[in-house]
Design a protein around this ligand. Structure first.
Ligand SMILES: [Zn+2]
Length: 83
């Protein structure tokens, strides 16, 4: 089970370095029309292991695991499709 773990860690840490430089943000449009701004936030190690965020309609916006969390904020309510 231990094989490959080191490879994965190396790949992850180099990617994490990149992310830290650019401060990870993502714009995600839900199928319900809401547009969310997702911002990656560092949390103290051990507080969260894995988690996810849901849109107010209940669809999953993002899921992750690791030493960070994401915050979501509505940036655009889009068209009033669903009523
Ligand atoms: Zn939604």
């Amino acid at each position: 089970m231990a094989a490959g773990v080191t490879d994965r860690l190396e790949a992850y840490s180099s990617e994490e370095r990149k992310e830290r430089r650019n401060m990870t943000r993502e714009i995600k449009k839900c199928e319900c029309g809401l547009v969310w701004k997702l911002v990656k936030v560092k949390t103290p190690y051990g507080i969260r292991d894995s988690d996810s965020l849901q849109c107010s309609c209940g669809r999953e916006l993002i899921s992750w695991n690791g030493r960070h969390t994401w915050t979501a904020e509505v940036v655009n309510k889009g068209e009033k499709n669903s009523r």
